[in-house]
Design a protein around this ligand. Structure first.
Ligand SMILES: Nc1ncnc2c1ncn2[C@@H]1O[C@H](COP(=O)(O)OP(=O)(O)OP(=O)(O)O)[C@@H](O)[C@H]1O
Length: 362
């Protein structure tokens, strides 16, 4: 049976999120997965964030590392812009899924706010290039299963959770493939391919990486972790195909209870706390750097201090995030103001220790 758009109505779909550090090998693996899925007669739609989001937005976003705290406002604006682009990608995916089995032609021209409209244009180009609609319209095709492969770093759990929510709203399957290997290997692969990203950006992302945690997050139960230090083995490939297959056979149901809303509230609260504490930490780091400048530290020592402070801040924010989410998961009441004050005190003490270690005295 066909809709007026000509797409077979019984297409089973799943969204597969590929996450991992830059240069870990996500794109390479995606192509391998596509080849294998095609031999099963399944269709794939490769959604590469690198190709949909203008390069400029990625460059603006690259996580900052310590000694460039001067222009906080500018960075906030950049972060907001980058988030809009990511949101625009998800909007395109959602409209695509909405129209897939509905009685509608694929004529969506939106794709987000002004400035992110290019994402929609690129999304449509990707559809055309990968011949998504012609194959799905072919009723004789055995391609009744479609796997959307989302290729990006997805280093925060909250980034992946948004995709999960989308899959749930549209009643399709959801799974995750987390690709990892030692940081040094990623840095090396990045250098070999022509150093697309500075080392410290990849290192910073590694500090921030929150791998899937199926034990803690029920919604991440359909995930597989793959060590990509060497070539992917047959067993690893089978594991991935198994997870994708299970996601496609058992699509998610739209929310029946308020658990999803609760989880979203928890994430929002944690983000708010983290954002405020992050601002405070940056100011403290800037102050320390100013004090160090006053102490006439050599350029080399200033660099080492900046690096240590940056690491201290990343680690501290990560710990705090985990603690806040734990409290919220236990339904504890989290007073944002209080947490921010306590966190400020703790981080101030830590910066003092770091200062002393570097011979900086206020
Ligand atoms: N298992 C592997 N063993 C050795 N080299 C690999 C492996 N997988 C990928 N590579 C190489 O590492 C480099 C980065 O791979 P790839 O572009 O797939 O990474 P990526 O995770 O998609 O990067 P990005 O997120 O920056 O787009 C490429 O040169 C690729 O050939």
């Amino acid at each position: 049976m066909q809709s007026s758009a000509g797409v077979c109505e019984s297409v089973r779909v799943c969204v597969c999120v590929l996450c991992g550090l830059p240069a870990v090998g996500k794109s390479t693996l995606t192509h391998l997965l596509c080849d294998h899925l095609h031999t099963l007669g399944w269709r794939t739609f490769l959604i590469s964030y690198d190709e949909l989001i203008p390069e400029q937005a990625f460059l603006l976003h690259t996580p900052r590392t310590g000694d460039d705290d001067d222009d906080e406002e500018e960075e906030d604006k950049e972060q907001a812009g980058w988030k809009q682009y990511r949101q625009a990608v998800l909007e395109c995916v959602e409209v695509f899924l909405q129209e897939l089995n509905a009685d509608m032609p694929h004529t969506h021209t939106g794709g987000g706010e002004v400035g992110t409209g290019s994402v929609c244009v690129r999304f449509k180009e990707a559809m055309k290039k990968q011949q998504i609609l012609p194959t799905l319209q072919d009723t004789h095709s055995r391609a009744q299963r479609l796997v959307l492969l989302l290729d990006d770093n997805f280093y925060y759990q909250s980034m992946r959770y948004r995709v999960y929510q989308l899959a749930r709203r549209r009643s399709v399957g959801f799974c995750e493939v987390y690709l990892h290997c030692p940081l040094e290997v990623c840095l090396h692969r990045n250098r070999v391919r022509g150093q697309l990203l500075p080392d410290d950006v990849i290192t910073e992302m590694s500090n921030r990486m929150e791998p899937p945690n199926p034990e803690k997050n029920q919604w991440e139960r359909n995930s597989v972790t793959v060590d990509n230090t060497h070539s992917v083995t047959h067993t690893q490939l089978q594991e991935m195909l198994q997870v994708i297959s299970s996601a496609i056979e058992y699509p998610l149901n739209p929310v029946q209870d308020d658990s999803e809303q609760k989880e979203a509230d928890r994430q929002r609260c944690a983000c708010s706390v983290l954002h405020q504490v992050d601002q405070v930490c940056r100011r403290l780091v800037s102050q320390v750097m100013l004090t160090a400048r006053g102490c006439r530290l050599s350029a080399e020592k200033m660099k080492m201090l900046a690096r240590d402070l940056s690491e201290e801040k990343s680690g501290f924010l990560q710990e705090l995030r985990a603690q806040v989410l734990q409290l919220l998961a236990q339904d504890e009441c989290v007073c944002v103001e209080r947490v921010v004050t306590m966190a400020t005190d703790t981080f101030t003490r830590r910066t003092h220790v770091t200062m002393e270690r570097h011979g900086v005295h206020s």
